[in-house]
Ligand binder design. Structure first.
Ligand code: FES
Length: 116
């Protein structure tokens, strides 16, 4: 009985680990003022730190990883909405909803987007 319980726990841990890896990236893959699609998020290197947001624009789901990025501002490639990538705030429409912004934790050469 105890062995069965351990097997289930191991399987659960494996699934959680795989989900976590989906939000990880190598920091060398995101140079200053560049962005990287990481799972359902986009990681932005704003110079002194990394910020992350949802990958799709809240206006009509434009791909923010393909937008222009300058300083801490991303511009949606579809209709030009602009957002602060660290707070998620809308700086220019037509979007009205802010982006979901996520914390990024860096350990050594690896970054992790905390989506929960
Ligand atoms: S989809 Fe981003 S501004 Fe319209």
């Amino acid at each position: 009985m105890e062995i069965e319980s351990q097997l289930v726990d191991t399987a659960t841990a494996s699934i959680q680990s795989e989900a976590g890896n989906g939000n990880q990236f190598h920091i060398k893959d995101v140079s200053v003022e560049r962005s990287l699609l990481v799972g359902d998020t986009v990681v932005f290197n704003v110079g002194e730190r990394f910020c992350a947001t949802q990958a799709k624009c809240p206006h009509k789901q434009g791909p923010l990883n393909e937008g222009g990025f300058d300083g801490s501002i991303v511009t949606c490639p579809w209709h030009g909405s602009q957002f602060d990538v660290c707070s998620g705030a809308v700086l220019r429409g037509p979007a009205v909803e802010p982006l979901k912004a996520y914390k990024v934790v860096v350990e050594g050469e690896t970054g992790h987007v905390e989506t929960v």
